[in-house]
Write a protein that binds this ligand. Structure first.
Ligand code: ADP
Length: 656
């Protein structure tokens, strides 16, 4: 018994061993078969866990579905199937519980096509995962239809200039159009799949967009036409109007979203420009209103003096001293008015590009000394007398003579010096210049220890009507045109103007003009007054054609000391008659604006009768570039009103 039982135990052990061996062999065989199946290039499979999360996927499967490994791993199977999630869960649990095979589920491919897959669960693995073999089934009809739909969608997406992007629950790109690929800087839309805004945009923008999208994906609320500023890495900023909406799956659960953004950069820029233009227009309007209010005061003040004192002059018993005083007041008020009109005309001419620069050699140091002397004379006995006014000339230049427009240069300097006196109560005012070898410019400056200018207002003062003092002060001082004229003139002379200033400390206005040195030792001094006593034109005669009696009387009085014979004609017609008569004239002064036939026509008719008599045009049209026109029309000279006696005499001397 015992030996029998011993034997049978040994036999049993051997039997078990052989069973184990056989089992091992079978298992090995099974493993080999499994690995053969899985490594077969034609078989698609994925490994999923009990919850339906995709743990692994082979290349064949990826190839058919069109996804990247990076995108698909860790996704739930429901994110690539459009099957109702209840049905999907029941299929998964039946696979895990009963190893049920032969279940068919539809998969959504990357290009949104649907492909059906027949599932075969071939084994349980560790961690309770399942290997699903997938046999993809092609439905030809369905596939064709889908392909057409897919084609239409692709054409639409790729030809629309707006950027379109589909994103998953984690805001990762799952599909984008060409425009979006272009914006992101990727050659192929596929390259962006699985990436997020954080890979392309600045962190701030990506975060904002992410928050918006998560809100949409959680609540289903859409964002419509939201204006966003896209700051892309290494690209110009783009403004877009964005609409983002959620995409629910067949059960109504939100799994994706789509965004569409329209480039509105051009519109935004236009809006910004418009806003700026509007602000500018408002500012210009404000300045103009202030200017008009100011101007009305500026014109009335001297006019009232002129009219008032002219009235007083009529008083019969006016002592001689008073008469002179009143005449002086009238003259200075008239000059003030003339300056104002000149300023307005200058600025209008500068803006219209009609101000011509006439360059002549200028001995710069005596020119500045003359200006300096005029101011020191004016300062005498005035409050400004305590200001130390000095002219600073460079020691390194010997009698420099430059070619420039002295009238315009004088205008710039006097404007700046006038301002310096206007805005300085104590301290000093220095005016001077230096030669800059490097730039070959003369750098002029007018420095004061006055009230200074707030930093943020510097841009304003060089604009026309730009003033920074209060409304009350504005009534008292200036028109706000001076610096605008200076800037225009300096630029016309080929230079630049600027200011360095500190509030309550003072200002230095600097401007430079090209140093066009001229090799002339003696510059003819055109400014010297002509001594009337030296002129005797008693044998000469002038015809003055003028329809304004006051202007004629002025000329008559002004020319009286020369003893010239004066004939007067108040119309063009009468002037022509006088030429027809046997009267002799050595020169004609012709007003251009006459009541009947104008000065141009009259001159032409006179020329036809006698073309030997020089005709000088006189006009008050300051704006029309009249001088050139008169020369073109054959006049021999030109003089503008109000006529300066000195200038008139110089002109007459040329012809008489
Ligand atoms: P206006 O002097 O007729 O007002 P300007 O164009 O010459 O016009 O000057 C514009 C403004 O610039 C002045 O109103 C004043 O506020 C400021 N400004 C000009 N020069 C000076 C200066 N030297 N010191 C302080 N402020 C100045």
């Amino acid at each position: 018994m015992r030996s029998h039982s011993k034997k049978s135990l040994g036999q049993q052990v051997n039997r078990f061993k052989s069973i184990i061996k056989r089992l091992r062999n079978k298992l090995k065989e099974k493993d080999e078969i499994l690995s053969m199946i899985l490594n077969d290039g034609h078989i698609s499979y994925m490994v999923i866990d009990e919850n339906g999360n995709i743990i692994r996927i082979n290349n064949k499967c990826l190839e058919i579905l069109g996804y990247t490994k990076k995108f698909i791993e860790d996704q739930h199977i429901s994110s690539i199937s459009n099957l109702d999630s209840k049905k999907l869960s029941s299929i998964i649990s039946s696979i895990f519980k009963n190893r049920n095979t032969g279940k068919i589920i539809p998969f959504i491919c990357d290009d949104n096509t649907i492909i059906k897959g027949n599932l075969t669960c071939i084994s349980y693995q560790e961690n309770n995962n399942a290997i699903l073999l997938i046999d993809f089934i092609k439905d030809e009809e369905f596939e064709k239809e889908l392909q057409h739909e897919r084609y239409l969608l692709q054409v639409l997406m790729d030809n629309i200039p707006d950027t379109i992007y589909f994103k998953d629950k984690n805001s990762r790109f799952i599909r984008i159009n060409k425009a979006q690929a272009e914006l992101l800087g990727v050659d192929n839309p596929h390259d962006a799949l699985g990436n997020t805004d954080f890979d392309y945009f600045t962190k701030t923008h990506a975060k904002k967009a992410y928050n918006d999208e998560q809100h949409i994906l959680k609540t289903g609320e859409s964002i419509v036409n939201k204006e966003e500023k896209l700051i892309l890495k290494n690209k110009p900023t783009r403004w877009v109007s964005t609409t983002k909406v959620s995409i629910p799956n067949s059960e109504g659960k939100i799994t994706q979203m789509v965004g569409i953004s329209r480039n509105i950069t051009a519109r935004k820029h236009a809006e910004q420009k418009l806003k700026k233009a509007l602000e500018k227009a408002k500012e210009a309007d404000k300045l103009k209103s202030a200017f008009l209010a100011n101007m009305s005061h500026e014109i009335r003040t001297p006019l009232n003096s002129i009219l008032g004192f002219a009235d007083l002059l009529l008083h019969p018993n006016l002592p001689e001293g008073k008469r002179t005083e009143f005449i002086n007041i009238i003259t200075s008020s008239g000059n003030m008015l003339l300056n104002l009109v000149n300023d307005i005309i200058d600025i209008a001419k500068i803006e219209a590009g009609q101000l011509n620069i006439i360059e002549k050699p200028l001995d710069i140091n005596p020119f500045l000394q003359e200006i300096y002397l005029i101011y020191t004379e004016q300062m005498k006995g005035k409050a400004s007398a305590k200001i130390r006014f000095a002219l600073e000339l460079p020691g390194d230049l010997h009698n420099p003579v430059i070619s420039t427009d002295s009238t315009r240069l004088r205008q710039i300097i006097t404007n700046l010096v006038n301002n310096a006196f206007k805005f300085t109560r104590e301290g000093y005012i220095h005016v001077g210049y230096n030669y800059n070898k490097k730039t070959n410019n003369l750098d002029f400056y007018v420095e004061d220890t006055g009230i200074g200018i707030p930093g943020d207002k510097i841009g304003l003062i060089f604009k026309r009507f730009g003033r920074i003092i209060s409304e009350k002060d504005m009534i008292d001082k200036g028109t706000g045109l001076g610096l605008a004229i200076c800037k225009g003139l300096v630029e016309l002379l080929g230079g630049k103007i600027g200011v360095e200033t500190e509030l309550n400390k003072g200002s230095i206005f600097r401007f430079s003009i090209p140093a066009k040195f001229v090799n002339v030792q003696q510059v003819s001094d055109n400014k010297k007054d002509i001594d009337l006593r030296l002129i005797d034109w008693s044998k000469k005669s002038v015809l003055i054609v003028e329809d304004d009696l006051y202007s004629f009387n002025y000329l008559k009085e002004a020319l009286a000391p020369t003893n010239i014979n004066i004939e007067f004609s108040e119309s063009g017609e009468k002037a022509v008659d006088l030429i027809h008569s046997d009267k002799h004239f050595d020169i004609i002064l012709m007003d251009l604006k006459l009541k009947g036939i104008d000065g141009y026509q009259t001159a032409e008719l006179i020329g036809e009768i006698n073309d030997k008599i020089p005709i000088i045009a006189q006009t008050a049209y300051a704006l029309d570039n009249e001088e050139n026109k008169t020369i073109e029309k054959g006049f021999d000279g030109y003089i503008s009103k109000p006529i300066q006696l000195n200038s008139l005499l110089k002109l007459l001397i040329k012809f008489l």
